[in-house]
Design a protein around this ligand. Sequence first.
Ligand SMILES: CC(C)(COP(=O)(O)OP(=O)(O)OC[C@H]1O[C@@H](n2cnc3c(N)ncnc32)[C@H](O)[C@@H]1OP(=O)(O)O)[C@@H](O)C(=O)NCCC(=O)NCCS
Length: 194
Amino acid sequence: MPSLVAPAMSVGHLAESDQPTLPVGDDVLLRPWLLTDAAAVREAFQDPAIQRWHVRRADSLDEAREWIEGWRSGWREETGAHWAVVDAESDTLLGRVALKSLVLTDGKAELAYWMVPSARGGGLCPRAVMVLTRWALGKGGFHRIELEHSTANRPSCRVAIKAGFEEEGIRRRAWLHADGWHDVHLHARIRQDS
Ligand SMILES: CC(C)(COP(=O)(O)OP(=O)(O)OC[C@H]1O[C@@H](n2cnc3c(N)ncnc32)[C@H](O)[C@@H]1OP(=O)(O)O)[C@@H](O)C(=O)NCCC(=O)NCCS
């Protein structure tokens, strides 16, 4: 049955080019993941806050490598776009920002992020989110980027607000976490906002 609407993004829009490295000022880069990041990812997932909000543990280097392989192949398969946030000089891992749940026909994606504990509190995550979102709604070709967090995760809400994501409402009891159901606060930026 033919569609009456042309897709917002064509298949191949991402995969036909290499995943870009995006500078965040002079001191930080968003770069594609490398398998050699596995030890730093495993270390990051020892943090209780990352475990709590991402509902996962990494028990071994092999598990961390498997995730990284999935994050890397997401670009070619156009199922996700995942970046390591690193110090531009030392390449030390500072965090992760990602676009997931891509729906190319609607030009839509969901943002995900964490920062390692030592990189928190200085506004790095909102800076990284703003750079990624500017790319996504520009060259990336997306029309709408959604950002969701548990209503119990105040730091994440502050990131959304500081990065200019409008509040669109609460999805009741939408996520199941280790401590039970959470209400989820939805924010979004659309191309017209930028
Ligand atoms: C949410 C998170 C990514 C924020 O990153 P960040 O780079 O610290 O962001 P900011 O520096 O802008 O701080 C955001 C808020 O965190 C809180 N905060 C400040 N210092 C902090 C610290 N040292 N440690 C933890 N939170 C801190 C403050 O409420 C701050 O808001 P404010 O600037 O209005 O006071 C980070 O706390 C994190 O990785 N948390 C665990 C994983 C997670 O929650 N991921 C998101 C799932 S939806």
